[in-house]
Ligand binder design. Structure first.
Ligand code: LCS
Length: 394
Protein backbone atom coordinates (compact mmCIF):
# COMPACT_ATOMS: atom_id res chain seq x y z
CA UNK A 1 0.00 0.00 0.00
CA UNK A 2 1.29 3.47 -0.91
CA UNK A 3 0.83 5.45 2.32
CA UNK A 4 2.64 8.63 1.32
CA UNK A 5 -0.65 10.58 1.03
CA UNK A 6 -2.27 8.83 4.03
CA UNK A 7 -2.92 10.27 7.47
CA UNK A 8 -0.42 9.97 10.33
CA UNK A 9 -2.16 7.06 12.09
CA UNK A 10 -2.48 5.10 8.84
CA UNK A 11 1.22 5.62 8.18
CA UNK A 12 2.05 4.40 11.70
CA UNK A 13 0.25 1.12 11.05
CA UNK A 14 0.98 0.49 7.36
CA UNK A 15 3.96 2.47 6.02
CA UNK A 16 7.04 0.56 4.94
CA UNK A 17 5.71 -3.01 5.28
CA UNK A 18 7.22 -5.01 2.38
CA UNK A 19 5.06 -7.32 0.26
CA UNK A 20 6.40 -10.82 0.70
CA UNK A 21 5.40 -14.15 -0.88
CA UNK A 22 3.27 -15.08 2.17
CA UNK A 23 1.25 -11.88 2.49
CA UNK A 24 2.71 -11.18 5.96
CA UNK A 25 0.73 -8.32 7.49
CA UNK A 26 3.69 -7.07 9.52
CA UNK A 27 7.38 -6.94 8.59
CA UNK A 28 9.09 -10.25 9.44
CA UNK A 29 12.53 -10.43 11.07
CA UNK A 30 15.15 -11.01 8.38
CA UNK A 31 17.78 -12.21 10.85
CA UNK A 32 20.35 -12.48 8.07
CA UNK A 33 23.86 -11.05 7.82
CA UNK A 34 24.47 -11.48 4.07
CA UNK A 35 22.34 -11.87 0.90
CA UNK A 36 23.36 -14.17 -2.00
CA UNK A 37 23.61 -12.84 -5.56
CA UNK A 38 22.28 -14.94 -8.47
CA UNK A 39 25.54 -14.38 -10.33
CA UNK A 40 28.72 -12.31 -10.15
CA UNK A 41 27.32 -9.58 -12.41
CA UNK A 42 24.35 -9.07 -10.10
CA UNK A 43 26.73 -8.72 -7.13
CA UNK A 44 28.77 -6.11 -8.99
CA UNK A 45 25.58 -4.29 -10.05
CA UNK A 46 24.22 -4.16 -6.51
CA UNK A 47 27.50 -2.71 -5.23
CA UNK A 48 27.48 -0.16 -8.06
CA UNK A 49 23.90 0.81 -7.24
CA UNK A 50 22.74 -0.34 -10.68
CA UNK A 51 20.54 -3.16 -9.34
CA UNK A 52 18.09 -3.26 -6.44
CA UNK A 53 18.55 -5.81 -3.70
CA UNK A 54 20.30 -6.28 -0.42
CA UNK A 55 24.03 -7.00 0.01
CA UNK A 56 25.00 -7.17 3.67
CA UNK A 57 23.07 -6.17 6.82
CA UNK A 58 25.42 -3.35 7.90
CA UNK A 59 24.63 -1.73 4.53
CA UNK A 60 20.90 -2.52 4.56
CA UNK A 61 18.36 -5.12 5.68
CA UNK A 62 14.66 -5.56 4.77
CA UNK A 63 13.41 -5.40 8.40
CA UNK A 64 15.43 -2.25 9.12
CA UNK A 65 14.44 -0.73 5.76
CA UNK A 66 10.75 -1.15 6.60
CA UNK A 67 11.19 0.87 9.81
CA UNK A 68 13.27 3.49 7.97
CA UNK A 69 10.56 3.92 5.30
CA UNK A 70 7.88 4.26 7.98
CA UNK A 71 9.70 6.93 10.00
CA UNK A 72 10.77 8.82 6.85
CA UNK A 73 7.08 9.09 5.90
CA UNK A 74 6.08 10.18 9.43
CA UNK A 75 8.63 13.03 9.33
CA UNK A 76 7.90 13.92 5.67
CA UNK A 77 11.53 13.26 4.75
CA UNK A 78 13.23 11.82 1.66
CA UNK A 79 14.73 8.90 3.57
CA UNK A 80 15.81 7.68 7.01
CA UNK A 81 18.80 5.76 8.37
CA UNK A 82 18.27 3.66 11.51
CA UNK A 83 21.14 3.41 14.01
CA UNK A 84 22.22 1.25 16.92
CA UNK A 85 21.37 4.03 19.41
CA UNK A 86 20.42 7.68 19.63
CA UNK A 87 24.09 8.50 20.23
CA UNK A 88 24.88 6.44 17.09
CA UNK A 89 22.60 8.88 15.25
CA UNK A 90 24.18 11.97 16.87
CA UNK A 91 27.77 10.82 16.21
CA UNK A 92 26.99 9.81 12.62
CA UNK A 93 25.50 13.26 11.94
CA UNK A 94 28.52 15.06 13.45
CA UNK A 95 31.03 12.95 11.52
CA UNK A 96 29.12 13.14 8.24
CA UNK A 97 28.70 16.92 8.27
CA UNK A 98 31.68 18.42 10.11
CA UNK A 99 35.38 18.55 9.20
CA UNK A 100 38.49 19.92 10.90
CA UNK A 101 38.19 23.72 11.08
CA UNK A 102 34.37 23.72 11.02
CA UNK A 103 32.19 25.23 13.75
CA UNK A 104 28.83 24.14 15.17
CA UNK A 105 26.32 26.18 17.21
CA UNK A 106 23.98 24.29 19.52
CA UNK A 107 21.40 24.50 22.31
CA UNK A 108 23.16 24.64 25.71
CA UNK A 109 20.69 22.27 27.40
CA UNK A 110 20.98 19.36 24.91
CA UNK A 111 21.22 15.78 26.19
CA UNK A 112 24.55 15.66 28.10
CA UNK A 113 26.48 13.18 25.90
CA UNK A 114 25.43 15.00 22.66
CA UNK A 115 27.39 17.97 24.06
CA UNK A 116 30.15 15.87 25.66
CA UNK A 117 30.90 14.06 22.39
CA UNK A 118 31.41 17.42 20.68
CA UNK A 119 33.32 19.25 23.43
CA UNK A 120 35.51 16.37 24.61
CA UNK A 121 36.04 14.30 21.46
CA UNK A 122 35.24 16.08 18.17
CA UNK A 123 37.29 19.01 19.54
CA UNK A 124 40.35 16.68 19.36
CA UNK A 125 39.82 16.59 15.58
CA UNK A 126 39.67 20.37 15.22
CA UNK A 127 35.87 20.85 15.25
CA UNK A 128 34.76 23.93 17.22
CA UNK A 129 31.44 24.39 18.98
CA UNK A 130 29.45 27.05 20.83
CA UNK A 131 26.62 26.15 23.21
CA UNK A 132 24.06 28.82 24.01
CA UNK A 133 20.43 29.58 24.74
CA UNK A 134 18.88 29.04 21.29
CA UNK A 135 15.43 30.13 22.53
CA UNK A 136 16.79 33.63 21.80
CA UNK A 137 17.38 33.69 18.03
CA UNK A 138 19.51 36.85 18.33
CA UNK A 139 21.95 34.80 20.42
CA UNK A 140 22.09 32.21 17.67
CA UNK A 141 22.60 34.79 14.93
CA UNK A 142 25.46 36.47 16.84
CA UNK A 143 27.24 33.15 17.47
CA UNK A 144 27.62 32.30 13.77
CA UNK A 145 31.18 32.46 12.45
CA UNK A 146 32.45 32.29 8.87
CA UNK A 147 33.23 28.58 9.48
CA UNK A 148 29.83 27.68 11.05
CA UNK A 149 28.52 24.72 9.04
CA UNK A 150 25.90 23.30 11.39
CA UNK A 151 23.20 24.58 13.73
CA UNK A 152 22.11 21.77 16.05
CA UNK A 153 18.93 22.37 18.02
CA UNK A 154 17.24 20.12 20.57
CA UNK A 155 13.63 21.25 21.05
CA UNK A 156 12.15 20.75 23.57
CA UNK A 157 15.53 20.27 25.23
CA UNK A 158 16.47 17.61 27.76
CA UNK A 159 15.79 18.39 30.61
CA UNK A 160 15.45 22.20 30.62
CA UNK A 161 12.41 21.98 28.29
CA UNK A 162 13.74 24.96 26.29
CA UNK A 163 11.77 25.44 23.06
CA UNK A 164 13.58 26.90 20.03
CA UNK A 165 11.81 28.53 17.07
CA UNK A 166 12.72 25.94 14.41
CA UNK A 167 11.54 27.98 11.39
CA UNK A 168 13.48 31.00 12.68
CA UNK A 169 16.62 28.92 13.32
CA UNK A 170 16.35 27.42 9.81
CA UNK A 171 16.15 30.86 8.25
CA UNK A 172 19.25 32.05 10.15
CA UNK A 173 21.24 28.87 9.39
CA UNK A 174 20.33 28.87 5.69
CA UNK A 175 21.09 32.57 5.20
CA UNK A 176 24.57 31.71 6.49
CA UNK A 177 24.95 28.63 4.27
CA UNK A 178 24.74 26.26 7.26
CA UNK A 179 22.48 23.25 7.81
CA UNK A 180 19.90 22.89 10.59
CA UNK A 181 19.66 19.59 12.49
CA UNK A 182 16.86 19.10 15.04
CA UNK A 183 16.86 16.46 17.78
CA UNK A 184 13.10 15.74 17.86
CA UNK A 185 13.27 13.04 20.56
CA UNK A 186 11.22 14.89 23.22
CA UNK A 187 8.39 15.80 20.82
CA UNK A 188 8.24 12.64 18.67
CA UNK A 189 7.06 12.92 15.06
CA UNK A 190 3.47 12.93 16.32
CA UNK A 191 3.82 16.37 17.93
CA UNK A 192 6.44 18.13 15.80
CA UNK A 193 7.69 17.89 12.20
CA UNK A 194 10.94 19.87 11.98
CA UNK A 195 11.50 19.19 8.25
CA UNK A 196 8.17 20.92 7.48
CA UNK A 197 9.44 23.89 9.54
CA UNK A 198 12.65 24.17 7.49
CA UNK A 199 15.16 21.79 9.15
CA UNK A 200 17.48 19.76 6.89
CA UNK A 201 17.86 16.72 9.15
CA UNK A 202 15.90 15.33 12.09
CA UNK A 203 17.19 12.77 14.56
CA UNK A 204 15.65 10.71 17.33
CA UNK A 205 16.69 8.53 20.17
CA UNK A 206 14.29 5.75 19.08
CA UNK A 207 14.75 4.36 22.61
CA UNK A 208 12.18 6.91 23.76
CA UNK A 209 8.69 7.65 22.32
CA UNK A 210 9.12 5.92 18.93
CA UNK A 211 9.78 2.50 20.46
CA UNK A 212 7.95 3.42 23.66
CA UNK A 213 8.27 0.17 25.60
CA UNK A 214 11.64 0.50 27.39
CA UNK A 215 12.98 -2.64 25.70
CA UNK A 216 15.13 -1.34 22.81
CA UNK A 217 17.97 1.19 22.44
CA UNK A 218 18.08 2.73 18.96
CA UNK A 219 18.34 5.90 16.89
CA UNK A 220 17.33 7.28 13.51
CA UNK A 221 18.24 10.19 11.23
CA UNK A 222 15.71 11.51 8.68
CA UNK A 223 16.97 13.66 5.79
CA UNK A 224 15.00 16.14 3.75
CA UNK A 225 16.94 15.57 0.51
CA UNK A 226 18.40 12.62 -1.35
CA UNK A 227 21.91 14.11 -1.20
CA UNK A 228 21.84 14.51 2.60
CA UNK A 229 20.29 11.07 3.02
CA UNK A 230 23.16 9.51 1.03
CA UNK A 231 25.75 11.43 3.06
CA UNK A 232 24.30 10.15 6.37
CA UNK A 233 23.82 6.60 5.06
CA UNK A 234 27.40 6.38 3.74
CA UNK A 235 28.79 7.51 7.11
CA UNK A 236 26.57 5.01 8.97
CA UNK A 237 27.82 2.17 6.74
CA UNK A 238 31.45 3.14 7.32
CA UNK A 239 31.07 3.69 11.07
CA UNK A 240 29.04 0.53 11.53
CA UNK A 241 26.44 2.39 13.58
CA UNK A 242 23.65 0.35 11.95
CA UNK A 243 20.54 -0.96 13.68
CA UNK A 244 20.14 -4.73 14.01
CA UNK A 245 17.07 -6.36 12.34
CA UNK A 246 15.77 -7.74 15.61
CA UNK A 247 15.91 -4.26 17.14
CA UNK A 248 14.09 -2.89 14.07
CA UNK A 249 11.33 -5.52 14.37
CA UNK A 250 10.63 -4.54 17.98
CA UNK A 251 10.65 -0.83 17.16
CA UNK A 252 8.22 -1.34 14.24
CA UNK A 253 5.90 -3.16 16.65
CA UNK A 254 6.08 -0.35 19.24
CA UNK A 255 5.74 2.40 16.63
CA UNK A 256 2.22 1.38 15.56
CA UNK A 257 0.73 2.80 18.78
CA UNK A 258 2.87 5.98 18.93
CA UNK A 259 -0.07 8.39 18.57
CA UNK A 260 -2.24 6.53 21.11
CA UNK A 261 0.61 6.42 23.66
CA UNK A 262 1.67 10.04 23.19
CA UNK A 263 -1.92 11.32 23.44
CA UNK A 264 -2.71 9.29 26.57
CA UNK A 265 0.54 10.33 28.30
CA UNK A 266 -0.15 13.97 27.42
CA UNK A 267 -3.70 13.69 28.82
CA UNK A 268 -2.20 12.42 32.11
CA UNK A 269 0.41 15.18 32.11
CA UNK A 270 -2.29 17.82 31.62
CA UNK A 271 -3.60 16.74 35.06
CA UNK A 272 -0.24 16.24 36.80
CA UNK A 273 1.60 19.42 35.69
CA UNK A 274 -0.87 22.07 37.00
CA UNK A 275 -1.42 20.05 40.18
CA UNK A 276 2.35 19.94 40.81
CA UNK A 277 2.66 23.67 40.07
CA UNK A 278 0.22 24.57 42.87
CA UNK A 279 1.55 21.94 45.34
CA UNK A 280 2.96 23.62 48.50
CA UNK A 281 6.19 21.54 48.38
CA UNK A 282 7.02 22.56 44.80
CA UNK A 283 9.16 25.63 43.99
CA UNK A 284 8.62 25.67 40.21
CA UNK A 285 7.44 23.49 37.33
CA UNK A 286 8.61 23.66 33.71
CA UNK A 287 6.06 22.04 31.38
CA UNK A 288 5.56 23.45 27.89
CA UNK A 289 1.79 23.02 28.23
CA UNK A 290 1.60 25.44 31.18
CA UNK A 291 1.08 29.17 30.51
CA UNK A 292 3.98 29.79 32.96
CA UNK A 293 6.48 28.20 30.52
CA UNK A 294 8.45 31.00 28.82
CA UNK A 295 7.97 29.49 25.33
CA UNK A 296 4.40 28.21 25.84
CA UNK A 297 3.04 30.30 22.94
CA UNK A 298 5.83 29.19 20.59
CA UNK A 299 5.30 25.54 21.54
CA UNK A 300 1.58 25.93 20.84
CA UNK A 301 2.41 27.33 17.40
CA UNK A 302 5.09 24.90 16.22
CA UNK A 303 3.90 21.69 17.91
CA UNK A 304 0.56 19.90 17.77
CA UNK A 305 0.72 18.92 21.45
CA UNK A 306 2.78 19.47 24.60
CA UNK A 307 3.93 15.92 25.37
CA UNK A 308 4.57 14.30 28.72
CA UNK A 309 7.94 15.56 30.01
CA UNK A 310 8.02 17.73 33.15
CA UNK A 311 10.96 19.29 34.98
CA UNK A 312 10.45 20.71 38.47
CA UNK A 313 12.22 21.58 41.69
CA UNK A 314 11.05 21.26 45.27
CA UNK A 315 11.24 24.11 47.78
CA UNK A 316 13.61 21.90 49.79
CA UNK A 317 15.98 21.72 46.79
CA UNK A 318 18.20 18.72 46.11
CA UNK A 319 17.75 17.13 49.56
CA UNK A 320 13.95 17.15 49.27
CA UNK A 321 14.26 15.90 45.67
CA UNK A 322 16.30 12.92 46.88
CA UNK A 323 13.62 12.02 49.45
CA UNK A 324 10.98 12.31 46.74
CA UNK A 325 12.89 10.00 44.35
CA UNK A 326 13.51 7.48 47.15
CA UNK A 327 9.82 7.54 48.16
CA UNK A 328 7.98 6.99 44.87
CA UNK A 329 6.58 3.49 44.39
CA UNK A 330 4.75 3.52 41.04
CA UNK A 331 7.20 5.80 39.24
CA UNK A 332 10.45 4.03 38.37
CA UNK A 333 13.65 5.75 39.51
CA UNK A 334 15.47 5.43 36.19
CA UNK A 335 16.92 7.44 33.33
CA UNK A 336 15.34 7.31 29.85
CA UNK A 337 11.85 8.55 29.01
CA UNK A 338 8.98 8.31 26.57
CA UNK A 339 7.85 4.82 27.55
CA UNK A 340 4.47 3.58 28.75
CA UNK A 341 5.72 3.65 32.36
CA UNK A 342 6.20 6.78 34.51
CA UNK A 343 9.88 7.42 35.30
CA UNK A 344 11.60 9.93 37.58
CA UNK A 345 15.28 10.96 37.45
CA UNK A 346 17.83 13.54 38.58
CA UNK A 347 19.70 15.03 35.58
CA UNK A 348 22.50 16.81 37.54
CA UNK A 349 23.76 13.51 39.00
CA UNK A 350 22.64 11.19 36.16
CA UNK A 351 22.13 12.10 32.45
CA UNK A 352 23.98 15.45 32.71
CA UNK A 353 26.61 14.52 35.34
CA UNK A 354 29.35 14.76 32.67
CA UNK A 355 28.73 18.51 32.22
CA UNK A 356 30.66 21.13 34.22
CA UNK A 357 28.38 22.49 37.01
CA UNK A 358 28.59 26.08 35.72
CA UNK A 359 27.55 24.92 32.21
CA UNK A 360 24.67 22.96 33.74
CA UNK A 361 23.46 25.97 35.74
CA UNK A 362 23.81 28.27 32.71
CA UNK A 363 21.64 25.82 30.76
CA UNK A 364 18.92 25.90 33.46
CA UNK A 365 19.75 22.45 34.87
CA UNK A 366 19.76 23.27 38.60
CA UNK A 367 21.12 20.88 41.25
CA UNK A 368 17.59 20.29 42.52
CA UNK A 369 15.87 19.76 39.13
CA UNK A 370 13.86 16.54 39.01
CA UNK A 371 12.65 15.16 35.66
CA UNK A 372 9.41 13.25 35.21
CA UNK A 373 8.40 11.23 32.17
CA UNK A 374 4.67 10.65 32.61
CA UNK A 375 3.41 7.27 31.40
CA UNK A 376 0.04 5.90 30.35
CA UNK A 377 -1.01 4.43 33.71
CA UNK A 378 -4.23 5.64 35.42
CA UNK A 379 -3.62 9.27 36.27
CA UNK A 380 -5.16 8.86 39.76
CA UNK A 381 -2.45 6.30 40.57
CA UNK A 382 0.39 8.50 39.27
CA UNK A 383 -0.96 11.45 41.26
CA UNK A 384 -1.43 9.40 44.46
CA UNK A 385 2.12 8.08 44.19
CA UNK A 386 3.60 11.56 43.74
CA UNK A 387 1.37 12.93 46.54
CA UNK A 388 2.59 10.42 49.13
CA UNK A 389 6.23 10.99 48.08
CA UNK A 390 5.83 14.79 48.17
CA UNK A 391 4.35 14.54 51.68
CA UNK A 392 7.54 12.79 52.81
CA UNK A 393 9.76 15.31 51.01
CA UNK A 394 8.14 18.37 52.64
N1 LCS B 1 18.92 12.78 22.26
C1 LCS B 1 18.11 12.98 23.33
C2 LCS B 1 17.23 14.19 23.39
C3 LCS B 1 18.12 12.06 24.38
O1 LCS B 1 17.31 12.28 25.42
C4 LCS B 1 18.98 10.93 24.31
C5 LCS B 1 19.04 9.94 25.42
C6 LCS B 1 19.80 10.77 23.18
C7 LCS B 1 19.73 11.72 22.18
C8 LCS B 1 20.72 9.58 23.03
O2 LCS B 1 19.95 8.45 22.77
P1 LCS B 1 20.37 6.93 23.20
O3 LCS B 1 21.72 6.68 22.65
O4 LCS B 1 20.34 6.87 24.68
O5 LCS B 1 19.30 6.12 22.55
N2 LCS B 1 18.47 10.39 26.62
C9 LCS B 1 18.50 9.74 27.75
C10 LCS B 1 17.99 10.25 28.96
O6 LCS B 1 17.53 11.38 29.12
N3 LCS B 1 18.09 9.35 29.90
O7 LCS B 1 18.71 8.20 29.43
C11 LCS B 1 19.03 8.40 28.03
Amino acid sequence: MDTRQSGFNTKLVHAGIPHDAYGSVVTPIYQVSTFAFRNAQEGADRFAGKADGYIYTRIGNPTTAALEQNVAELENGFGATAMASGMGAVSTVYLALLSAGDHMVSTDSVYGPSRGLMEKHLSRFGVESTYLDTTDLENLRKALRPNTKLVYVESPSNPAMAVTDIAGAAEIAHAHGALLVVDNTFASPHLQKPLDLGADLVLHSITKFINGHADVVGGIVIAKTEALHKQIRTMMINLGSNMDPHQAFLVSRGLKTLALRVERAEQNTATIAPWLEQHPAVAWVRYIGLPSHPQHALAKRQMSGFGSMISFELKGGLEAGRILMDSVKLAGLAVSLGGVETLISHPASMTHAGMAREDRLAAGITDGLVRLSIGIEDVEDIQADLAQALAKAR
